[in-house]
Design a protein around this ligand. Structure first.
Ligand SMILES: Cc1ncc(COP(=O)(O)O)c(C=O)c1O
Length: 372
């Protein structure tokens, strides 16, 4: 049985950590890509103290409305067509406006005065060079939108907020601050600002402005390169587990798995765990990757044994080295933590040469899902 257990209390705890970091700002909790793989239905109730949620597609926005989310929804890439703009109005969704077609849809079809779609997130390209107007374009769009009755939130996205010392951060902050000041002086003193994702929220406390937009931090991963999740007092919101389904002793000099890449240096007790890349466990992990074999019916890491993942990860199974587990402990069907408290998903991501975001988002539909 492979199982993904979502921990709503951990998400609420992490949201409170964000609120402690940014006490003056509203929180747009990012739940795009099915709440970073956690399942939006499981996550929304844990976020009821957020001021809004952020999604990437209209479909995600409509799903959140269907699930009963009645506060702000921010569509962070905005409407893709004029028809989507109309649907956004019908469902009270606040959109990013990042290019001229979206500006025209907004000016041609102004929502009623009490509609949440009257609030637009005007995207300024401060250096990421994906979405957004340049400084001149932002000023012009802001004037037109303000005259048409829209309330504005100037927004941008950091390219390197995880690394506080990256030189682009200061440039992005400067550009953002300059344009926000100018907008407030020349268009409306009411223009709001939103600059920080999770990493920005941790690293740039002077620049939280009116809305922060945390994502990965809510799910318990560290967003920055120099502090662990534990150091930031975050709790992992997901336990990914499987079980031991067979045991072997592999003789010295014999190889394990596809490609016969792992060769036993001595006789080695191994266990087969029922998980693989077909579930979303990364196919390529370094020699340091490990799982925790649980010595009790709980996930307390003090009662668990770290066991190295050996041989190639296959679609449905991995092999682990259980030589160091006391022989008296029966292992068949025993629970194995792939990520959770230990190992943390951040560790497995680094062993897989990727980021936790990717591992969380690419979990497949095969593991059973449950909540703690
Ligand atoms: C516009 C925007 N804001 C905020 C976030 C949240 O980022 P993070 O998960 O790094 O906090 C994202 C995610 O990529 C985003 O695209």
């Amino acid at each position: 049985m492979r199982t993904i257990t979502i921990k709503p209390k951990a998400i609420t705890h992490n949201l409170n950590q964000v609120k402690k970091l940014a006490p003056q700002s509203k929180v747009l909790a990012m739940v795009k890509s099915n709440a970073y793989g956690h399942g939006v239905a499981a996550v929304l109730p844990a976020l009821h103290q957020a001021d809004g949620i952020g999604v990437a597609t209209l479909t995600e926005a409509l799903e959140a409305r269907q699930l009963g989310w009645d506060k702000t929804i921010g569509l962070v890439e905005g409407a893709f067509t004029a028809d989507e703009w109309q649907q956004a109005i019908e469902h009270d969704i606040s959109c990013v406006i990042h290019h001229t077609p979206q500006l025209h849809w907004a000016l041609d079809n102004v929502p009623p005065a009490d509609s949440a779609t009257r609030v637009v997130w005007l995207k300024y390209n401060t250096g990421m060079n994906r979405l957004g107007f340049n400084a001149e374009g932002v000023m012009s769009a802001a004037k037109q939108l303000h005259e048409a009755g829209y309330q504005l939130i100037l927004t941008t996205h950091f390219a390197n907020a995880d690394n506080r010392d990256h030189p682009l951060n200061a440039r992005q902050i400067q550009r953002f601050t300059d344009v926000l000041t100018l907008l407030r002086e020349t268009v409306s003193a009411e223009v709001k600002g939103s600059l920080c994702n999770s990493a920005g929220t941790v690293n740039f406390s002077e620049y939280h402005y009116d809305w922060v937009r945390p994502g990965i931090i809510l799910y318990g991963s560290s967003p920055v390169i120099d502090k662990s999740a534990q150091e930031l007092d975050l709790q992992p919101a997901m336990d990914f587990s499987a079980q031991i389904i067979a045991l072997q002793t592999v003789n010295a000099n014999d190889a394990i798995g596809y490609g016969s890449r792992w060769i036993a240096q001595q006789d080695t007790r191994t266990a087969l765990v029922s998980v693989g890349y077909g579930d979303g466990y990364p196919r390529v992990v370094s020699n340091d990757a490990y799982v925790s074999v649980i010595d009790a019916d709980n996930t307390d890491s003090t009662q668990s044994y770290p066991c190295a993942v050996i041989g190639r990860v296959a679609m449905d199974m991995i092999v682990i080295d259980v030589s160091k587990i006391p022989k008296e402990l029966p292992l068949l069907n025993r629970k194995v933590i792939l990520w959770g408290e230990a190992p943390h998903v951040d560790e497995i991501a680094s062993h897989a040469n990727t980021i936790s975001y990717e591992l969380l988002c690419r979990l497949s539909i095969r593991p059973a899902r449950t909540q703690a």
